[in-house]
Design a protein around this ligand. Structure first.
Ligand code: NAD
Ligand code: DAU
Length: 349
């Protein structure tokens, strides 16, 4: 890896990944391409101060702009985090999810393919052998919902249930097709629910922490017994790094923490940690098409690539809650919208 192009690097997982890759790969230049939607926040990267880090504000659906960025930096590796990522928003605004998550992915695949095919016989293709390496950050939600037993493996049939997961599954199919048709060296990673620092407070854990801190009601969907397999964001980033450095082209890798928890138990854990009363819990109408249970079989990545989660859920949640307590200004800027002002002032949005 000489030049790594990361899309969506101003979001939750992307910003954690940028920080990790700068620290772990001192030989590597990193280009962060982000449109700065409501979920993109440059305050997530305020502590990043490296001559090896470059930011380009661009929409991955903008073919001309994306191609110009590829020409400028000549990346040998692309990791695509950029996406509309919130299931509830996909229910009210599905089209945005289709354009960003599917068409945006195709623009990136084309830009990677274009650079590679531009130089079929010169140093570029010899140096990088099989052209630009492309990794698609996907999700366990593409597999649909599990019953009380069983785990998602890489060969579980795709059965997405929300516009969000349907758009991610469609993008996965395009990535697969670029490998089968053009021989592009691609990987797809499918991870379970992440938690940790810098997560936008529309998602369960930061939303509940923030509401708790402000003595606001904690909205639990349905009966609160839906199960997710939680993984610390640093473990997700380490797994992607393992796929980039040791993964085999064309392969899909599931990533999960063997850590199934019911939503209501997480909400109660947060209440206990912050010394608040369970009276704050309010059961609200369920999410339409709400998947009951997700759980990952991570045998492939642990046995073939030697990755395993470093965090226990107990330790990870303790650290995460402490981070949100220590970074209340970060949260307040989001809630007040001030983070958008900061992005505007930096990039004349
Ligand atoms: P996020 O919503 O926090 O961040 C998304 C980032 O993408 C933002 O910075 C946003 O500005 C950027 N973006 C959105 N549309 C764009 C566009 N058209 N062009 C350029 N940039 C654009 O999301 P996240 O939770 O960090 O998730 C990142 C990726 O990981 C997504 O692809 C998501 O599907 C996947 N994923 C997330 C989780 C999770 O638990 N959060 C789990 C598995 C997989
Ligand atoms: O599984 C991976 C996916 O995890 C990622 O692909 C998505 O990008 C990410 O958003 C996440 O999706 P979920 O829908 O599982 O995450 P969310 O935080 O929105 O919800 C987690 C669970 O908590 C889910 O069962 C819905 C429930 N929930 C959520 C919110 C925001 C509540 O009960 N109340 C809430 O207010």
């Amino acid at each position: 890896m000489k030049t790594l192009l990361v899309t969506g690097g101003a979001g939750f997982i992307g910003s954690n990944f940028v920080r990790r890759m700068l620290a772990e790969h001192p030989e590597c230049e990193i280009v962060n391409v982000d449109a700065l939607t409501y979920a993109g926040n440059l305050e997530n990267l305020l502590d990043v101060d490296s001559a090896r880090y470059h930011f380009e504000r661009a929409d991955i659906r903008d073919r001309e702009r994306v191609e110009a960025i590829f020409d400028k930096y000549e990346p040998d590796t692309v990791v695509n985090f950029a996406a509309e990522s919130h299931v509830d928003r996909s229910i009210t605004e599905p089209e945005l999810f289709l354009t960003t998550n599917i068409l945006g992915t195709q623009v990136l695949l084309d830009a990677a393919k274009r650079r590679w095919k531009l130089y079929p016989d010169d140093k570029y293709s010899r140096e990088f052998k099989a052209g630009v390496r492309y990794l698609q950050v996907s999700t366990d939600e593409v597999y649909g919902a599990l019953g009380k037993t069983g785990l998602f493996t890489e060969s579980t049939p795709l059965a997405p249930n929300s516009p969000y997961s349907a758009s991610k599954a469609s993008a996965d199919m395009m990535v697969r097709a670029y490998h089968s048709t053009y021989g592009m060296p691609v990987n797809i990673t499918r991870c379970s629910n992440n938690y940790g620092p810098y997560q936008f407070p529309e998602k369960l854990i930061p939303l509940m922490i923030n509401n708790c801190l402000n003595d606001k009601p904690l909205p639990v969907y349905g009966d609160g017994m839906q199960i997710r397999d939680w993984l610390h964001v640093a473990d997700h980033c380490a797994a992607i790094d393992a796929v980039l450095t040791r993964g085999e082209a064309g392969e899909v890798y599931n990533i999960g923490g063997n850590n199934e928890m019911a939503n209501i138990d997480i909400v109660k854990l947060i209440l206990r940690a912050l010394g608040k009363s369970e009276d704050l819990i309010v059961y609200v109408q369920d999410r339409p098409g709400h998947d009951r249970r997700y759980a990952i079989d991570n045998t492939k990545i642990t046995s073939l690539l030697g990755w395993s989660p470093a965090y226990t859920f107990e330790g990870g949640m303790k650290e995460t809650i402490a981070w949100y307590l220590d970074n209340r200004a970060w949260m307040e800027h989001i809630v007040s919208g001030a983070y958008m002002e900061y992005c505007r002032s930096m990039y004349s949005l």
